[in-house]
Ligand binder design. Structure first.
Ligand code: 13P
Length: 265
């Protein structure tokens, strides 16, 4: 592992990670205003790793609005597996790195469902992320039909195994898995803490069985309608190492409150 990679991985050292996935929201102008408002709302000394994950077009605005002493870093929502080339509309690992990103979401269910990302694509993207020293946040999650059929653990286990296929063990240091049940995303109906704990425990057991120490080191976070009303329940569980947040992260005050809850849990 390169020195740069080691620094990227060890940059995540807090007990919990709170990542705000802006999805396709906020222009570059709005993003700069968001950063100023979020900085004002965030209490000093928050003890959590915090990531802002804007659309590609707002990465630079967030980076410029950010100050060196700000407690939050920058991530991206997706990447292409090739470093450059004739891939209209795509953005590569080196481009994200140059834009100031330290992490990247891979395999979000919206990418899988709406843009056709397969497990093989997810695997290629994950390998590209680690190759370019971006910390991967690998998303897994079942549909409502899969949960009703009792297939949740099988589905997320397959996504995990295929996502990490053939990735060198030392590349998996600092891995983050985001468990995001499709039925809980954007519905206002978050999963129950017990449901999340059961899936996280099965993901961790699989990681430990197949990748040894990675199982103990990986962070497993939850996403799906996390809000200021339910976040404390999730952060109170030792199985849940943080949150990947959609809607609530677009409100600077609400997102700052989540970060504060994660810090004090
Ligand atoms: P919501 O918090 O809006 O449900 O979105 C979750 C999500 O998909 C984060 O990646």
């Amino acid at each position: 592992m390169t020195e740069e990679a080691r620094r990227t991985r060890t940059a995540f050292v807090k007990p919990r990670l709170i990542a705000g996935n802006w999805k396709m929201h906020l222009t570059a102008t709005e993003a700069a205003a968001f950063v100023r408002a979020f900085r004002r709302a965030l209490p000093p000394g928050v003890d959590a790793d915090i990531l802002l994950i804007p659309p590609f077009t707002a990465l630079d605005a967030v980076r410029r609005a950010r100050r060196d002493d700000d407690a939050f870093g920058l991530g991206a929502q997706d990447l292409h597996w090739e470093p450059e080339g004739a891939y209209t509309g795509a953005v590569s690992g080196p481009m994200l790195k140059d834009a100031g990103c330290r992490a990247v979401i891979i395999g979000h269910s919206e990418r899988r469902r709406l843009f056709g990302d397969t497990d093989a694509d997810v695997n290629r993207k994950l390998k590209a992320a680690v190759r370019h020293d971006l910390a991967p946040i690998l998303c897994v999650g079942e549909t409502p039909e899969e949960r009703d059929a009792g297939r949740t653990e099988q589905v997320v286990g397959t996504q995990l195994r295929r996502g990490l296929h053939d990735v060198a063990l030392d590349q998996l240091a600092g891995l983050t898995i985001a468990y995001e049940p499709v039925w809980a995303i954007g519905t206002g109906q978050a999963a129950d803490v017990r449901q999340v704990e059961a899936v996280h425990a099965s993901l961790r057991a699989m990681l430990t069985a197949e990748w040894g120490a990675v199982g103990g080191d990986a962070r497993i976070i939850y996403g799906g309608s996390v809000s200021t009303h339910n976040a404390r329940d999730f952060f109170g569980s030792p199985e849940i190492n943080g949150a990947l947040v959609g809607k609530t992260c677009l409100d600077p005050d609400g997102f700052a409150t989540l970060c504060q809850f994660a810090s004090s849990a």
